[in-house]
Design a protein around this ligand. Structure first.
Ligand code: FES
Length: 319
């Protein structure tokens, strides 16, 4: 995985347990432009790589902004960013990667973020506003104290499109979501990020109106574990003609690496999309949380770090 060094130029306490980090290239050069909804891998003091959405306006290439919530998982990576990183600290990051972007031509876009799940919605909102596309942004947080970027949202040029839902009960949350998603058509698109059960609720409410391909979900967790008892070995054929057996208990990525065939990986949990390969033949058994419903149905891409095959042989193209 290609990573480069950045320096933290600013740290802001955005909310309880949420800090934002502004990152600039350590060599002083401009950063790669990115499209709204992108995320980067960040390697902090623990050397554990974690993914964070870019939440600055996408056209800005002088710096990237990420917001980090202190959490218990990822072997203390977020706590280390909170506690051991200051202005001037150098971090390693990957170039931006995009798993969720604005779909052109929609009659309406509805962005629904909960908690730290606001962050990918922010860059989407900046982009939709710049493109003069019709959108609404709904942001759910437990309280104003725990809600990041509220001042920025209230002072933004698109403040009239922002709907804050702070401290609402679970029952109220359902009704608010129902209302927010009630006037959609088959030409509308819905984008969501937040806890898994929250996103499942958004999906359930939105899909009947817009169709499952028009609901875009950004996960920051691995998919629920599947029962692996029925797993069987399968053959992996590369576009070069080489064939490898993928045994039970090993991933495509692991077998390729063991045979000195390099593929980029990062999270190795099916979240980040770094290891995704094109499928030329066979049927994938998707176990990731990074491909969209449409991509999984099409079966022409596979996350090599977690997914397997339903067919005896899978043919893939190396990047
Ligand atoms: S390495 Fe992240 S999805 Fe495979």
């Amino acid at each position: 995985m290609k990573m480069f060094t950045v320096t933290v130029s600013e740290i802001v306490d955005e909310a309880r347990d949420i800090k934002s980090f502004r990152l600039v290239r350590s060599d002083g050069g401009p950063l790669e432009p990115y499209s709204a909804g992108a995320h980067i891998d960040v390697m902090g003091p623990t050397e554990v790589v974690t993914q964070y959405s870019l939440c600055s306006p996408p056209h800005r290439t002088d710096s990237y902004l990420v917001a980090v919530k202190r959490e218990n998982g990822a072997r203390g990576a977020s706590a280390a960013l909170h506690d051991r990183v200051g202005v001037g600290t150098e971090l390693r990051i990957s170039p931006p990667r995009n798993l969720m972007s604005v779909v052109p031509g929609a009659d309406h876009h509805v962005l629904v973020g909960a908690g730290i799940g606001l962050t990918p919605m922010l860059s989407l909102a900046f982009a939709l506003h710049a493109q003069r596309q019709p959108f609404d942004l709904h942001y759910f947080a437990r309280s104003r104290e725990q809600a990041a970027f509220v001042d920025l949202l209230e002072e933004s040029e698109f403040a009239g499109r922002v709907h804050l839902h702070l401290g609402v009960t679970r029952a109220d949350q359902y009704q608010i979501l129902e209302r927010a998603l009630s006037d959609l058509t088959g030409a509308s698109h819905v984008y969501t990020c937040g806890p898994e059960d929250f996103m499942a609720r958004v999906r359930t409410l939105a899909e009947p109106a817009v169709g499952e391909d028009h609901v875009h979900v950004e996960h920051f967790e691995a998919a629920a574990p599947v029962d692996t008892d029925a797993d069987v070995p399968f053959e992996l054929e590369l576009d070069t003609g080489e064939v490898f057996e993928i045994p039970v208990g090993a991933s495509i990525a692991e077998v390729l690496e063991a045979n000195d065939i390099e593929i980029d990986t990062s999270c190795r949990e099916g979240i980040c999309g770094t290891c995704v390969l094109d499928v030329l033949g066979g049927t994938p058994d998707h176990r990731d949380n990074c491909l969209t419903v449409g991509e999984k149905k099409a079966g022409d891409r596979i996350a090599a770090c977690v997914s397997r095959a339903r067919s005896p042989r899978l043919i893939v193209e190396l990047p």
